[in-house]
Design a protein around this ligand. Structure first.
Ligand code: AMP
Length: 473
């Protein structure tokens, strides 16, 4: 009974134990082991929850266990997105087993009347997004002044989305005696500050307060210019051969739409779909349900789907665009490799995005390594051909370094080289970058937009009495 590696270690409701047994789970995950023990003692909790680590059940068990069947609202769980709210609610609904409590997700974008009805009919646990919860409180339908527990899920995401003032307002409407649990993948200062304000000597379930936690997956990146990203994506996908579902992230809705159209034209025998914030709530839910049940092979999405998406079949995540924030990267790649499955996260990185790669590697110590795009002879992937793109060879400022086999020993110096290039083609001074010259070789930076012209002109020129060799460094 007291085995630390089983759910029986805790004196929790029989209904929950039975539900977990029926589900076939044998042992709690690490976050569950630590969080449940503390939470059942009544302590506040600040927990670092790795994506896919089982955090929902880590707070779900103490929440359901604390509830009594009396139709009064006892637990409020705040989540950043509608998708996450409904996933959490779904998970808690099976977890409660035969316990007769009501648990439901309340979010915006759908009618408020049915939600009001449900509250009036009596509900014990509400999972909601901040906007809709505020609305319900303002209408005097929802009273959270007698909560037993308040849970913030993915607090860092709420912070990113600008929900913190809303969260603080909601907290101000609840009672001080409640227990508070806060789950987050990362801990920016604002979250630590908020936890100081809203929690009472919380226990910490952290690996390290500022460490970024990532699932056990292989992280790859390839330097590739914008115009060749579709080619790269198709090669990666065909090389992967759909051994599991594929999830592709773009930074904009427009790019999601374009990619879906492009790939649907080529890949006819797979189900391809997309998910982005402009779609109606019901359209989004339809896609999520199809994806979860394995009926979509390739899903192209903005960050909307990045959080909390419970899909264990994703084995490949591709960042078509690299996100601008580290935690968004962590959450995106966390959609693969869930619950110990193998996973690959592959980022397509243009030269402008290289700065972010070095932040991921050097500031956060992520193990992300450069790989060549796989060559692919599959005829479908030939639909996208690789175009010459100097962006792939340029630095952050768009400059490409050329090496020319003339140097000091032929009387070349900085000014002469500069004037020579300017005499060959029409090129603005700004398109010429740094120049270095040694005995027999000169190096000169040229803006990517002019590289073809410069190389062409140098290769034809005979000013030096011979054809000079030019190469990209
Ligand atoms: P979460 O981190 O809450 O998003 O959970 C990730 C996935 O792991 C979900 O599909 C859960 O149902 C599943 N899961 C959570 N805890 C366990 C466990 N102890 N054993 C097996 N699966 C689990």
């Amino acid at each position: 009974m007291e085995n630390k590696n089983s759910f029986d270690q805790w004196p929790i409701s029989k209904e929950i134990i039975t539900a977990i047994k029926d589900k076939g789970w044998s042992s709690p995950t690490d976050i569950q082991n630590d969080s449940i023990t503390f939470a059942l003692n009544g302590t506040d909790l600040l927990a670092q929850a790795k994506t896919g680590s089982g955090k929902t059940v880590a707070f779900g068990i103490p929440a359901i266990d604390r509830c009594i069947e009396d139709k009064s609202i006892q637990i409020l769980i705040l989540t950043p997105t509608r998708e996450l709210a409904s996933q959490v609610s779904e998970e808690l609904n099976w977890l409660k087993g035969t316990k007769r409590i009501e648990i439901d997700a309340f979010y915006g974008g759908v009618g408020i009347e049915p939600q009001i009805k449900k509250i009036e009919n009596g509900i014990e646990i509400i999972v909601g997004t901040p906007g809709r919860i505020i609305d319900l409180i303002r209408r005097n339908v929802l009273d959270i002044s007698k909560l037993k527990m308040l849970i913030l899920d993915e607090a860092d995401r709420m912070l990113d989305m600008g929900f913190f003032p809303d969260v603080q307002w909601i907290i101000s409407k609840s009672n001080d005696e409640r227990q508070t649990l806060l789950f987050s993948a990362t801990f920016p200062q604002e979250i630590l500050d908020l936890s100081g304000e809203m929690m009472n000597e919380p226990e910490h379930v952290l690996t390290s307060e500022f460490e970024v936690e990532i699932p056990d997956i292989s992280q790859k990146y390839s330097r590739i210019g914008r115009i060749n990203k579709s080619w790269a994506l198709s090669n990666i996908i065909f090389d992967f051969n759909f051994q599991g579902q594929v999830l592709v992230f773009c930074n904009t809705k427009r790019m999601v739409e374009m990619l879906e159209q492009r790939f649907s034209k080529v890949i006819k025998d797979k189900n391809i779909s997309s998910l982005q914030g402009d779609m109606s709530q019901s359209a989004r839910e339809k896609v999520m349900t199809k994806f979860k049940s394995g009926n979509i092979d390739l899903l192209i999405s903005t960050d909307v789907a990045a959080r909390g998406l419970h899909v264990d079949g994703v084995n490949l995540v591709v960042n078509y665009d690299l996100p601008n924030a580290v935690d968004s990267y962590v959450h995106r790649i966390g959609r693969t490799g869930r619950m110990g499955n193998f996973g690959v996260a592959w980022s397509l990185v243009s030269s402008e995005e290289m700065g972010m790669v070095s932040i991921l590697k050097n500031v956060h110590g992520l193990d992300i390594n450069e790989y060549e795009i796989p060559e692919n002879n599959d005829e479908k992937s030939q639909y996208f051909s690789r175009k010459k793109d100097w962006n792939e060879h340029s630095n952050l400022f768009g400059m490409v370094c050329l090496s020319i086999d003339v140097g000091l020993n032929e009387g070349i110096n900085h000014q002469k080289l500069f004037d020579w290039i300017k005499g060959l083609i029409r090129i603005s001074d700004l398109a010429i970058g740094s120049i270095s010259i040694n005995e027999s070789v000169s190096k000169i930076e040229i803006h990517q937009s002019k590289v073809d012209y410069v190389i062409g002109a140098i290769e034809k020129n005979k000013d030096l009495g011979r054809i000079v060799d030019v190469a990209v460094v």
